[in-house]
Design a protein around this ligand. Structure first.
Ligand code: SAM
Length: 326
């Protein structure tokens, strides 16, 4: 397994986490970056979310990939050997549909899952060794861009990048553009990008996906405070915060918050700071954008990509869009 998570200036991951938390909680309004959801406990909770009846995204994308796997594998492998790079791979439950198909078609490829969660990557490497020993796997623990840059320097062959799970929706509008432009700048003409996109749909369906009846999503959101307590010596009383999701159908944005139920102070040892929360003050923790297909075409175009094929499930309103580099 390749570990890229250490910063070149010697700053540890914990120091960066502490800095980001201090910055977010000093802002008005307060926020915490969603990338810190995925420690070992958060990755496990997210697996629970993916199995929820309300969380349609995983089921829908699984269906799109399953129904179109032959065509996708054929298009990926059209020009010979390629690296299949899975950005934010997690447990790769859906990617395994494509890996099985590519193996069956005897395509020439290797699989490079990338994730900031070391636990997720070691579990994925072990599960692939068991389930698909013939697939050549090189797991990378690190951030998206250091990983893409490392790949650019170390893996010369053609690349097919996967960015599944509608992860693109977690960025702010300007961030998603910058993200895709940077992905594009690390790709060459013959490379491809397959991106999962959650399309606009019934607002009630969207809202319940992020506010399930059994409370797993609430636990996932609150785990961010537990992680600060565990890793940064925080003293959050997690029971005094509540998960609060809200969907804006006009913007197509699902936003999640942690709301302080009372006036309270929280001390975080690693930052040496005390943060005050007013009663009912909200901390923004996540965005999930829902797109129209037109927006997807325009976003791709603005970032140097053209749409090759839209694979979608019309009933689910979920699409996996295959882009080529302009
Ligand atoms: C919502 S999960 C999606 C997992 C999988 N791709 C899927 O579609 O089911 C997001 C994954 O991205 C990873 N992740 C989040 N931010 C990241 C970053 N900046 N660099 C690398 N991985 C990241 C998380 O650790 C998590 O495993």
């Amino acid at each position: 397994m390749i570990e890229l998570s250490r910063k070149e200036d010697g700053t540890s991951d914990t120091e960066v986490f502490a800095k980001d938390v201090a910055h977010g909680l000093s802002q008005e309004p307060k926020s915490l970056p969603s990338r810190y959801f995925y420690d070992a406990a958060g990755s496990k909770l997210f697996q629970g979310i993916m199995a929820l009846p309300e969380y349609y995204l995983t089921r829908c994308e699984f269906k799109v990939l399953t129904e179109n796997r032959e065509e996708m594998a054929r298009q990926f492998a059209a020009n010979g050997f390629f690296h299949l790079i899975d950005l934010g791979a997690g447990d790769a439950m859906k990617t395994k549909v494509l890996l099985r198909e590519l193996s069956q078609q005897k395509s020439a490829f290797d699989y490079v899952p990338v994730d900031i969660s070391g636990t997720a990557m070691s579990q994925l490497r072990d599960s692939l060794q068991q389930e698909m020993p013939s697939v050549d796997v090189q797991a990378v623990v690190g951030e998206y861009f250091p990983a893409l840059e490392w790949l650019q320097d170390n893996k010369a062959a053609r690349k097919v990048v996967l960015f599944l799970g509608s992860n693109i929706g977690n960025f702010k509008a300007d961030e998603s553009k910058r993200f895709l432009q940077r992905v594009c700048s690390n790709l060459s003409k013959a490379d491809k990008l397959l991106m999962g996109i959650d399309l606009r749909k019934d607002p009630d369906v969207v809202l319940s996906a992020y506010n399930d009846a059994s409370g797993v999503t609430a636990e996932f959101n609150l785990n961010l405070l537990r992680r600060i307590n565990r890793e940064l010596g925080g003293n959050f009383n997690v029971d005094q915060f509540q998960h609060y999701p809200i969907y804006n159908p006009h913007e197509g944005v699902m936003r999640s918050f942690l709301v302080s139920k009372e006036d309270q102070d929280v001390y975080i040892q690693s930052t040496g700071q005390t943060f005050h929360f007013d009663a009912w003050e909200a901390v923004h923790t996540e965005n999930s954008h829902k797109y129209t297909l037109q927006q997807v075409y325009e976003l791709g175009k603005a970032c140097g990509f053209s749409v090759e094929t839209v694979f979608q499930d019309k009933a689910c309103r979920f699409a996996d869009v295959l882009f080529t580099v302009d």
